[in-house]
Design a binder for this molecule. Structure first.
Ligand SMILES: N[C@@H]1[C@@H](O)[C@H](O)[C@@H](COP(=O)(O)O)O[C@@H]1O
Length: 242
């Protein structure tokens, strides 16, 4: 594991964007796994700046998003489709057909998961998977459970996850109850994983995820088994590592 702790958010954002930019410069056809949530926003901002300065092009890149809510229209401001447009896709030269996000509005969600898995299989391997971390140790929307699922699947969100994400909605009643998510098998298959965690409220869970016993009750503990895990923490999240 390659762990870095940053004293300010800007340094963390630049480091995260720098890793992605360097990869795409060296490998213009890179396959990127993308995350949503508050955590990667500043990194996407830096990526957009790098693109605007002509330092990187995403013309040949392929992207796969980790997850999407079930039942939120694509144009709903809190759908992950809308999020990706707002924070990244609308500002760079990534072709629309190269950006893949599970469709949480598909009439047949099982078929949609199979379609997404097939696209991932066709792409062979994600070169760099960006990950945030849920307060309960979830990655993507792989929630704590007795067992975990390898491929893309439909998941019922835990109450604590809906509560954590309620800050983005008018009320908790508006937070969807289900989502589609890449499974842990797909996430762990990525060549490199870039885990980003910010904030004092995640200090304990990130410490447990990276140093505690491996258990499906904290899905992020599985990241300990990955041969190329890069972790970027702000000082608050990294408090227990110092
Ligand atoms: N499904 C997303 C995850 O992909 C994200 O990494 C995590 C943390 O979110 P945030 O970065 O907003 O704290 O929870 C969300 O529910």
């Amino acid at each position: 594991m390659n762990l870095h702790i940053f004293q300010n958010q800007q340094e963390l954002n630049e480091a995260g964007a720098g890793i992605i930019t360097s990869l795409v410069q060296m490998q213009p056809k890179a396959v990127l796994g993308l995350a949503t949530g508050g955590t990667p926003v500043g990194i996407y901002e830096e990526l957009v700046k790098a693109y605007q300065k002509g330092r990187v092009s995403f013309k040949q890149v392929t992207t796969f998003n980790l997850d999407e809510y079930v039942g939120l229209p694509d144009d709903h401001s809190e759908s992950y489709h809308a999020y990706m447009q707002q924070h990244l896709f609308a500002h760079i030269d990534l072709p629309a057909e190269s950006a893949h996000i599970p469709n949480g509005n598909a009439s047949d969600l099982e078929a949609e998961c199979a379609r997404f898995n097939q696209l991932l299989d066709d792409a062979k391997q994600i070169d760099l998977q960006i990950l945030g971390l849920g307060h309960n140790g979830h990655i993507g929307f792989n929630e704590p459970d007795d067992s975990l699922i390898s491929g893309t699947h439909r998941v019922e969100l835990k109450e604590e996850t809906r509560e954590a994400n309620a800050r983005y909605f008018d009320s908790i009643h508006d937070v969807p109850t289900h989502a589609l998510t890449m499974g842990v098998g797909t996430i762990l298959k990525a060549k490199t994983i870039l885990l980003i965690v910010r904030g004092a409220d995640k200090a304990e869970i990130v410490h447990r995820a990276l140093t505690g016993p491996i258990t499906t009750e904290v899905p992020a503990t599985l990241l300990q088994t990955h041969p190329h895990l890069v972790v970027l923490l702000d000082a608050e999240a990294g408090r227990l590592f110092e």
